[in-house]
Design a protein around this ligand. Structure first.
Ligand code: GUN
Length: 295
C-alpha cells in the first residue's frame, strides 16, 4: 500500500483562513491590528524567498507587516538597535529575525534581545525554558506545524515511539519536547547516533530534520509509520536545473509509511501559517484579551 500523502499546504490554508477571521474580529471589536516585523540581514537567496513569502501571507491575513533589511556587513549593534526599536513599538506584536545571521553577528545575543512576549519564533531562552517545563510559551512554528499535522492524522499520540532525527534548537529539540508533552516515547537522533537506520525502524512517528537531501531511505521506515519531513534541500538536476527534496527519500518511504508529508507542500506551508498564529497569540496576550475562537 502506498502511504497517504499528508497535504500540509491544504491544512495550512485552513489555518490561515482561521487567522484571517481572528484578525478581522480583533479589528472590528478592539480596533487592534496584529503586527509582525521581519528582520533580514544580508542577501541569502533562500532567506529572501522566505521573507517575501512571510510578508505576503501576513498581509493576506489582514495583519500589519513590516520588513527591515540590513546590509550583509551590518554590525551586531545595528541589528540590536533594530530589535530594540521593534521591542518598543506598540504596533508590532511579533518580531522575527531571519536566521542564519552573518558571522559578525552573534545569533544568540540577537535572539535573546527580543522581548520574549514578541518572540514569535519561540527561540528566546525564556520561551524554550517555559516550553520545556510545560508553561505557556511561544512555541517554534515548524514543530508546532508538525505536531498539528500529527494530531490531525493520528489523533491521540500517547504511547507511540517517536524518533526525531536532528537536534537543532529550531526544530529537533522543541519537536521532541512537544512529542513528549503528547506522551510519546521520544528519542532524539543525531550525527553520533549508532545504527540510525535500526533506530528509525522502531519509530511509529519519524520526524526528519537534518538538512541532508534524501538521507532517510525507504528501508529505514517501519511499516505504517507516520513520516514528517522537515527538510527543504535544493539539489541540482540535469541541464543545470534544480528541484526541492526533503531529508527523506519520498519515492522509497511512501512504499513503507502509512502517511508522509511531501516536500514541497508538507511542513513548509505549516511553518508560515503558525507564524501568523503565534503573532495573533502574542497580540492577544499583550492586550490582555482572549484569543478569538473562529470556526
Ligand atoms: N531560518 C530558517 N528557518 C527559520 C525560522 O523558522 N525562523 C527564523 N527566524 N529563521 C529561520
Amino acid at each position: 500500500m502506498v502511504a497517504e500523502r499528508i497535504d500540509g499546504k491544504a491544512y495550512a490554508q485552513t489555518v490561515r483562513e482561521r487567522v484571517a477571521g481572528q484578525v478581522a474580529f480583533l479589528k472590528s471589536k478592539y480596533d487592534i491590528t496584529p503586527g509582525l516585523a521581519v528582520v533580514l540581514v544580508g542577501e541569502d537567496p533562500a532567506s529572501q524567498v522566505y521573507v517575501r513569502n512571510k510578508n505576503k501571507v501576513t498581509v493576506e491575513a489582514g495583519m500589519k507587516s513590516e520588513e527591515i533589511r540590513l546590509e550583509k556587513d551590518a554590525t551586531q549593534a545595528e541589528v540590536l538597535a533594530v530589535v530594540d526599536r521593534l521591542n518598543n513599538d506598540p504596533t508590532i506584536h511579533g518580531i522575527l529575525v531571519q536566521l542564519p545571521l552573518p558571522p559578525q553577528v552573534d545569533e544568540m545575543a540577537v535572539i535573546n534581545a527580543i522581548d520574549p512576549a514578541k518572540d514569535v519564533d519561540g527561540f528566546h531562552v525564556i520561551n524554550s525554558g517555559r516550553q520545556a517545563v510545560g508553561l505557556d510559551a511561544m512555541v517554534p512554528c515548524t514543530p508546532l506545524g508538525c505536531i498539528t499535522l500529527l494530531k490531525e492524522r493520528i489523533g491521540d499520540l500517547s504511547g507511540l515511539n517517536a524518533v526525531v532525527v536532528g537536534r537543532s534548537n529550531i526544530v529537533g529539540k522543541p519537536m521532541a519536547s512537544l512529542l513528549l508533552a503528547e506522551n510519546c516515547t521520544v528519542t532524539i537522533a543525531h550525527s553520533k547516533t549508532k545504527d540510525l537506520p535500526g533506530l528509525c525502524r522502531t519509530a511509529d512517528i519519524l520526524v526528519a530534520a537534518v538538512g541532508r537531501p534524501e538521507m532517510i531511505r525507504g528501508d529505514w521506515v517501519k511499516d505504517g509509520a507516520t513520516v514528517i519531513d522537515v527538510g527543504i534541500n535544493r539539489i541540482e538536476t540535469e541541464g543545470g536545473k534544480s528541484r526541492l527534496v526533503g531529508d527523506v527519500c519520498y519515492p522509497e518511504a511512501e512504499q513503507k509509511a502509512g502517511a508522509i508529508t511531501p516536500v514541497p507542500g508538507g511542513v513548509g506551508p505549516m511553518t508560515i501559517a503558525f507564524l501568523l498564529v503565534n503573532t495573533v497569540t502574542a497580540c492577544c496576550r499583550s492586550n490582555n484579551i482572549e484569543i478569538p475562537e473562529i470556526e
